[in-house]
Ligand binder design. Structure first.
Ligand code: PLP
Length: 403
């Protein structure tokens, strides 16, 4: 008797689509409609703070909630200075500018990231230079970064340059994918050895820790996002984190039109940006940050439930937090075994048909027309991850079956 006859819907030895869909059902139950990938939870002081904001008439780019939100971010992350801005992409753009990225430079970044990391590099007139990702962290692979730097980088009197293109390598920009921290110490050591600025794209990882320290808190510059799909949302919003007082002052200045403080005069001393986060959005953010611990706890419970059910399913594994870190599990992910990568799209369709808002990872940056000509190292692990990763519903509001 063939295996298919014994097991019913087995389509290939070791891979059973129905078992995977059923595992998700066993973790989170049968959805009533579509269970979205990541939905916000408003269960605290959101309405009270928004009402307070409207009554005060301070709804725009200054107001007490902006200051309060920044102080709360400093407390949560341990960073010396947090500067709230209009979104995570703007935070990244400002971070690269503050790190000294200039037109004609290169910035080393992962090919496996959301477009914002790469766009922010391009906004500076710089070129992204892609390095591979790690199967364990899903973020920039420190080993691949080291290999690439050894192959192409050269220290000169004016900085580290790419010998092949002649361009200066102005920054290294790892991203903590779905909340899983990259191996920060190893990447920071390379940045230090090569005298290149480190800018962390921590847009997805508020609440994650690396060796006990909050992600984003150790960097000279890091960017957060509070988009509607993030663990904490301000509707739209972002923040710059830094431990350098002077950079913090510069970050505020650059993102608030570079206006010199004065009672009435409008004098600006450089071309700044209107990247200020409105008080209304900051009010939402304060209420959300008050609930961060609860969100993190719910998301860990959900991640454990997924990890448990997938431990028994052949052909697929759950992407757990890297050793020495805690992930905020912003988005939960499973990886099909390479042999079943060609089943990914059928599985995505089956999951969505069953009411689970699953989705694939982003198209790799070097496959997009704007960045196809960018320099890059070997990207075989990123390409493998792209072929076989699926994100599963991850909202903090999702109750597991055992709750
Ligand atoms: C990795 C990464 N970087 C940057 C951003 C940009 O954030 P925003 O959407 O707030 O501009 C996001 C999220 O949207 C992201 O996931």
């Amino acid at each position: 008797m063939s295996e298919a006859m014994v097991d019913g819907p087995v389509t290939r030895s070791g891979f059973d689509q129905e078992k995977i869909v059923d595992a998700v059902r066993r973790a989170v139950g049968t959805p009533n409609g579509i269970l979205g990938l990541h939905e916000p939870v408003f269960a605290g002081n959101e309405i009270a703070y928004l009402e307070e904001c409207i009554k005060s008439t301070y709804v725009s780019s200054v107001g007490p909630f902006v200051d309060r939100f920044e102080r709360m971010l400093e407390e949560v992350t341990g960073a010396k200075r947090a500067v709230a801005v209009v979104n995570g992409t703007a935070a990244l753009h400002a971070c690269f500018r503050l790190a000294g990225v200039e037109p004609g430079d290169e910035v080393i970044s992962p090919a496996l990231t959301f477009i914002a990391t790469t766009n922010a590099i391009a906004y500076c007139g710089a070129t992204p230079h892609f390095v591979d990702s790690s199967l364990e962290t899903l973020g920039m692979d420190a080993r691949a970064l080291g290999v690439r730097l050894d192959a192409i980088a050269q220290k000169t009197a004016t900085g580290t340059i790419n010998r092949e293109t002649g361009r200066r390598i102005a920054a290294i920009a790892p991203m903590h994918t779905f909340g899983h921290p990259v191996d920060l110490d190893a990447i920071a050591a390379l940045a230090n050895d090569w005298n290149i600025a480190l800018v962390e794209d921590a847009a997805e990882s508020l609440g994650s820790t690396y060796k006990g320290r909050a992600v984003g808190s150790q960097a000279r510059l890091a960017a957060l996002s509070f988009n509607g799909n993030k663990i904490v949302t301000t509707g739209g919003g972002g923040a710059i984190l830094t431990n350098d007082e002077e950079l913090g002052r510069r970050a505020k200045h650059l993102t608030t039109t570079a206006k010199l403080p004065h009672k009435w005069a409008f004098v600006h001393d450089e071309i700044g940006f209107n990247y200020r986060l409105p008080n209304l959005n900051a009010a939402l953010g304060c209420a959300q940050l008050e609930q961060l611990d609860g969100f993190l706890a719910s998301k860990r419970k959900l991640a454990s439930a997924y990890e448990r059910v997938f431990a028994e399913v052949p052909g697929v594994r759950f992407s757990r937090e890297p050793a020495g870190t805690t992930s905020n599990y912003w988005l939960n992910a499973i990886l099909l075994d390479e042999a079943y990568a060609d089943r990914r799209d059928d599985l995505l369709a089956a999951l969505n048909d069953a009411g689970f808002g699953a989705r694939p990872v982003w198209t790799l940056m070097h496959k997009l027309p704007m960045f196809a000509q960018s320099p890059r190292g070997d990207l075989s692990t990123a390409e493998s991850i792209e072929r076989r990763l699926i994100n599963l519903p991850s909202s903090a509001s999702i109750r597991t079956r055992d709750e």
